[in-house]
Design a protein around this ligand. Structure first.
Ligand SMILES: [Zn+2]
Length: 351
């Protein structure tokens, strides 16, 4: 089979320990806390190998599995400013013959509660970030309006897209999702806004999901999920049927947040399908589309797909059809970027 290049909708190139030694997971002291995880991560990354070493290893791992495009969130933080961004911008250029990379300026330590971050995010967009990120306006920053004002102001001023991490659950999360949809519509940013995770949609009744789905579809807000193994996540099929662009990504790969992940988007499609209860051929095809055409739509990729005049980013492997591919996840793959072979059987072949 020949597939279009796989689209990694959500990854953190600056966080992984691929290319470094194994780091045992450190659990939260009393129940899961994003704030404590951020603190633990800072301690762990301070002792890890430099960002360029670890990010290069993760890029090669993903490319070897067939990834042609990725959207990487990059931490922007008052402690280290734009240094991670500068590294990943340099890597985007150095590795562009293998993969095209979009960068989201991600306020991992919040905006309202991390003074100086708003200006840093603005500077990040002026220094190579393609999108502006956000993080739990209520749950992390305790200020929905303040947080979203900062994010949408920067996006509107610079004409860039938005991709917000939203773990806030239940009706609080739903309120934030609808507020993001409302602002997206008001500012005419349809097609340029993503909510990553949107756990709340996996926790509320179906009638609420259907109401929110209608608003997301109308506003042009996409939903990203990695179908995390430990948490409720959005009902993919319901959102898709309502006209919402739903796409997939690996998110954290072997980092301080969790030890799992190998960068394989076909494996991720299987996990999404498995956790969603996808059995029919149409459902398996949806799981596959989430790491290909749906991702391409959300990332606004030009010339995507196996079409005349397309970008010639493709993967060759052994499978009868898409459904068998999602189920069997064959690892032997030839990966081409812009018509050139860049990886074969898990190894990068082009410098
Ligand atoms: Zn993330």
């Amino acid at each position: 089979m020949v597939l279009p290049g796989l689209v990694e909708g959500h990854i953190h190139l600056d966080k992984g320990f691929i290319g470094d030694t194994w780091k045992p997971h450190r659990p939260c002291t009393a129940g899961f806390s994003v704030r404590e995880r951020v603190a633990f991560e800072k301690e762990a990354l301070a002792k890890a190998k430099p960002v360029p070493v670890r990010a290069a290893a993760m890029i090669d791992l993903c490319v070897a599995h067939g990834t042609s495009h990725m959207r990487s969130h990059v931490d922007i933080d008052p402690d280290f400013g734009l240094s991670n961004l500068e590294h990943i911008v340099a890597m985007r250029d150095a590795h562009k013959h293998k993969v095209s990379i979009q960068i989201v300026a991600f306020p991992q330590s919040g905006i309202v509660t991390a003074p100086g971050t708003r200006d840093l995010l603005d500077a990040a967009v002026r220094n190579g970030a393609d999108l502006i990120g956000g993080l739990d306006p209520a749950g992390f920053d305790g200020d929905i309006t303040g947080h979203l004002d900062a994010v949408f102001d920067i996006a509107a001023r610079h004409g860039v897209g938005i991709d917000i991490h939203l773990h806030d659950g239940g009706l609080l999360g739903v309120f934030e999702i609808e507020e993001i949809a409302r602002r997206t519509k008001a500012l005419g940013l349809g097609g340029k806004v993503t909510i990553s995770h949107a756990y709340a949609l996996g926790e509320v009744p179906r009638d609420v999901v259907l109401r929110v789905a209608g608003r997301l579809a109308e506003a042009g807000v996409a939903i990203l999920t990695n179908a995390p193994g430990h948490h409720a996540f959005p009902p993919v099929l319901t959102l898709h049927d309502a006209g919402v662009t739903v796409f997939g990504g690996n998110d954290n790969i072997r980092d301080s947040w969790w030890p799992y992940g190998d960068g394989d988007l076909i494996e991720r499609a299987m996990i999404i399908g498995n956790r969603s209860g996808f059995f029919t051929d149409a459902e398996l095809a949806l799981a596959f589309n989430m790491v290909t055409s749906h991702g391409a739509k959300a990332l606004r990729l030009d010339n995507y797909g196996l079409v005349e005049g397309g970008a010639a980013d493709f993967v060759v492997l052994d499978a009868e059809h898409i459904q068998e591919l999602v189920v069997t996840r064959p690892k032997a793959r030839d990966v081409y970027k812009a018509g050139r072979l860049v990886a074969r059987n898990g190894q990068i072949v082009a410098a």
